[in-house]
Design a binder for this molecule. Structure first.
Ligand SMILES: [Zn+2]
Length: 301
């Protein structure tokens, strides 16, 4: 989707590997939150949640962060910049997601929205979920409530047979923010996602994040940037939506397994098939409702 040129961006919304983690909006409200936080920390020592099932960055061994210079985001001040530069598109997408979930999460789930951190890194990054290298792909760490992404991942999309278009990139960010929403609504403590396989809670968690990404596509063009008074995004075209659905299909477990192993093994699925990922993403796009994204109750996943 294209951003409206005049929306105003805050480059500080996204941090880079040189600049340290974002620290705003991390509190969880409500009673008993300490127990929730402790439980999440325990989970985070096992793993984070990723986009394509490649996450190996657990173990908790802390290494120093990459010495590569941080990516400069200071020029990311407008929607026009977001339409031209990948790094600025990340800032705009995060702000759009913040505004959309800030409205929808209290309405739809009676839960206050708190922004996740969003860090762009290069080469490798230390997190509360362990140290990750760029080859694990984008991921969300529940322990520090931060989305981590290496921009070089977008160049790999073509290897999966997908187009590296704007909405494709935005879908990836929206999927990771979807995991943050699951964190805020307690899904990580309610379900054991360590077991993989077709129909497992791990797969249900990932398909729900795809559906939540669809909610953003549904609602982003109606969410207004308070600074400029304009909607963040123009309404997506059918072609743009088809391209984004193509990405969801390309990163289905069956497609990735076929590509890397020459065969498909549903018992080891972590994210769902191409058909499932596409369908749940589409459900979010069409219905815009968290209730429609209840993958945990779905009998026909
Ligand atoms: Zn995921």
């Amino acid at each position: 989707m294209s951003f409206n040129d005049n929306i105003q961006l805050d480059p500080g919304r996204v941090t880079t590997s040189k600049g340290g983690r974002g620290g705003r909006g991390l509190a969880i409200g409500g009673g008993g939150s300490l127990l929730v936080v402790i439980a999440l920390v325990v989970i985070s020592q096992l793993t984070g949640v990723d986009l394509i099932g490649g996450l190996t960055g657990s173990g908790g061994q802390q290494q120093s962060q990459s010495a590569a210079p941080g990516i400069d985001l200071s020029h990311c001040t407008s929607g026009q910049a977001a339409n031209q530069k990948d790094e600025c598109r990340m800032v705009a997408t995060a702000q759009s997601l913040d505004a959309m979930w800030g409205e929808q999460l209290p309405q739809q789930a009676n839960t206050e929205y708190a922004k996740p951190g969003f860090q762009i890194f290069q080469n490798s990054v230390s997190t509360q979920c362990g140290t990750a290298s760029a080859n694990v792909g984008p991921f969300y760490c529940p322990g520090d409530k931060t989305v981590y992404l290496d921009l070089s991942f977008f160049k790999q999309l073509s290897q999966f047979g997908a187009k590296n278009g704007p909405l494709a990139q935005e879908y990836i960010v929206a999927h990771e923010f979807g995991h943050h929403i699951q964190n805020l609504t307690g899904q990580f403590t309610a379900h054991d996602t360590r077991q993989s396989g077709d129909g497992s809670d791990a797969v249900r968690m990932e398909l729900q994040a795809d559906c939540y990404a669809g909610i953003w596509v549904n609602r982003a063009s109606q969410t207004v940037d308070k600074n400029s008074g304009e909607a963040f995004l123009q309404k997506p075209s059918d072609t743009q939506i088809a391209d984004a659905l193509g990405v969801a299909a390309a990163i289905g477990d069956d497609h990735l397994q076929q590509q890397s192993q020459g065969g498909v093994n549903p018992d080891s699925w972590t994210h769902g098939s191409s058909e499932q990922r596409t369908r749940w993403f589409k459900t979010g796009i069409e219905q815009g409702s968290m209730q429609a994204c209840d993958t945990f109750s779905a009998t026909d996943l």
